[in-house]
Design a protein around this ligand. Sequence first.
Ligand code: FES
Length: 278
Amino acid sequence: MWDYSETVMDHYRNPRNVGKIDDADAIGIAGSLSCGDQLKIYLKIKDGIVTDAKFQTFGCGSAVASSSILTEMIIGKTVDEVKKITNKDIADKLGGLPPEKMHCSVMGYEALEDALKNYGHDDMVDLDDLREEPVKEKIVCTCFNVTENLIWDAIKQNGLKTVEEITNYTKAGGACGKCKALIQDIIDTYYHKEEKPVQMTAAQKIIRINNIIEKTISPELQKDGGDITLVDIEGNKVMVKLRGKCSGCKNSIHTLKSFVETTLKDTVDKNIEVVEVE
Ligand code: FES
């Protein structure tokens, strides 16, 4: 049982501003039904001030409470003030959220950011169409559609330092776990940007490839009864052998390219090519 504050319980039991604004000036959406929760927020804006806000959500009690309090926080504020609201402000206003539920406050922040991105757009004739534009941001976690920018913002706004914290705040990494190496890389980049080697020597590269295979890729494959062995490295060509359930599996090429090669490209060198050898 989660330990919720009285404010969370109050907003969950009596959510404010539930519904839709038919002639909204801005609409934002975050999450997706396939990931378990979604929030849609509608804003009415006059002379640069948010005069009304409503929301529709499909999600847990914390999602309802976060959305409800967010609408109260923004009504009456100027657009510039609203732009400064972070997920931490939402969680603080609720009297805190359990770490595992912080992603609900991030969803509120994301929906608000999406709405403000659309506001003032020249072609606001059909806001729903506008939002159907393809997302061009890099997706780090394909299970939950979490982008690199969202993870970066969550680290920046909440001082997150571990993959587990990122999962609590954004859900990224909470299903198959294949994105965990990428999430770790974003954390490392955020905190040690200046320490990141501009160019690795050949020896450093081999050690890094070996480490990533042993500590990140192999444990993930083992979860499904498979495994991987590094056979050789020639320049950017990494030769591996798949073992256990991965060996001879009809998805082995997919595993090799979409997981092994992508992980090494993202964490070591974008020119790496992974090939399977006997
Ligand atoms: S890709 Fe992130 S949990 Fe599956």
